[in-house]
Design a protein around this ligand. Structure first.
Ligand SMILES: Nc1ncnc2c1ncn2[C@@H]1O[C@H](COP(=O)(O)OP(=O)(O)OP(=O)(O)O)[C@@H](O)[C@H]1O
Ligand SMILES: [Mg+2]
Length: 319
């Protein structure tokens, strides 16, 4: 069963408790203070980056720091213009509207956002034919926070309406360590520096993965009735769950093996990989590749995916 209280405590609610992403935090702090001192909402903000880096967490932090509420919706759930109009007209002054996966917003719905974002106004067509009327509605000033894993799929008019755009990158080992120690404490076990470093190395630069790994670690510790995690223990657990020292799992290994065996160091198209591995293209592009690219074992080129020398060596060791 999912423990709601636990989820809330894992997610930091104040900007000062959010670890890593120092440049974003420094700037966000200034923008928040500026907006608050003027009594304005924060400018519309877009968070871009791979899954699990803290986009939703930061949106909630913005609402908390602005002492306001947040309404949250995932873009594909808005299927009609009227749905978005209903959400927009329900906002109160300075409230945060968080739209997740904003690159998946339907075009006609996106157009309604343009005037809402720029002028805090929307025009809605009521009725049909000659009796149709345009209703102009004024909205309170609000903040739109968009989150996306694919900034390239957001149209220019929408992108230009975000006053603030933050690109989030993978966390370093040192940035992940405090997140791991803090989460371990919430999970009721302690963890020394060395142990947290081993977990961090396997977290693919991603807090969500760090949290997920710690849940597995917690299971192993509970069975052994231990409440302290050491480096030795971590190493044993990761062997048991087949996660290597780079954080690569079975899916990554299948991906790398397929390319190495069939293409060596030649390029291969994403559709071919997706069909061969029976894996959705989006899953490969969002979850598998960004990290493999960031550690320099795969490259995306115009002719397809290519294993680097390191990637080929790694894959050959698996065969
Ligand atoms: N900087 C951080 N400090 C502490 N915990 C964090 C941090 N960033 C993320 N987390 C934790 O990692 C998990 C994932 O964060 P979050 O849901 O905000 O990611 P996301 O970027 O919105 O991911 P997605 O794109 O998949 O929606 C949460 O449990 C959150 O508490
Ligand atoms: Mg999210």
């Amino acid at each position: 069963m999912i423990d709601i209280a636990e989820i809330h405590s894992i997610r930091p609610s104040k900007l000062n408790d959010f670890a890593g992403q120092e440049d974003i935090k420094t700037n966000l702090k200034i923008y928040l203070e500026g907006a608050k001192s003027r009594g304005d909402p924060l400018d519309h903000t877009l968070f871009n980056g791979p899954p699990g880096l803290g986009k939703t967490t930061l949106a909630k932090i913005v609402a908390y720091e602005m002492e306001t509420e947040m309404k949250m919706i995932i873009a594909p759930a808005i299927t009609k213009v009227a749905d978005l109009a209903a959400i927009l007209t329900s906002l109160s002054k300075n409230e945060v509207l968080f739209i997740d996966e904003i690159h998946r917003l339907n075009k006609s719905i996106e157009e309604l956002l343009y005037s809402a974002l720029e002028d805090y106004k929307i025009d809605i067509l009521i009725g049909e034919g000659p009796s149709a009327k345009i209703l102009n509605i004024n909205l309170p000033k609000f903040t739109l926070i968009g989150a996306t894993t694919r900034i390239g799929l957001i149209s220019k008019p929408l992108r230009d309406r975000f006053g603030i755009i933050f690109n989030m990158g993978f966390y370093t080992i040192d940035e992940l360590k405090p997140i791991i120690m803090r989460t371990a404490k919430i999970f009721d076990f302690s963890c020394d520096e060395d142990a947290s470093e081993e977990v961090a190395m396997r977290s693919r630069g991603t807090p969500r993965i760090a949290v997920k790994l710690l849940k597995r670690v917690r299971d192993f510790l509970s069975i052994k009735k231990l409440n302290f995690l050491t480096k030795d223990e971590v190493l044993k657990i990761f062997v048991a769950i087949s996660i290597d020292k780079f954080g690569l799992e079975e899916e990554d290994r299948r991906y790398l093996k397929f390319i190495a065996v069939n293409y060596g160091s030649l390029p291969v198209g994403i559709e071919t990989i997706s069909a061969a591995l029976s894996m959705e293209r989006d899953t490969i592009e969002d979850y598998i590749e960004p990290y493999l690219i960031s550690i320099g074992i795969v490259q995306r080129t115009s002719r397809g995916r290519v294993l680097t020398e390191n990637g080929l060596n790694y894959a050959m060791n698996l065969i």
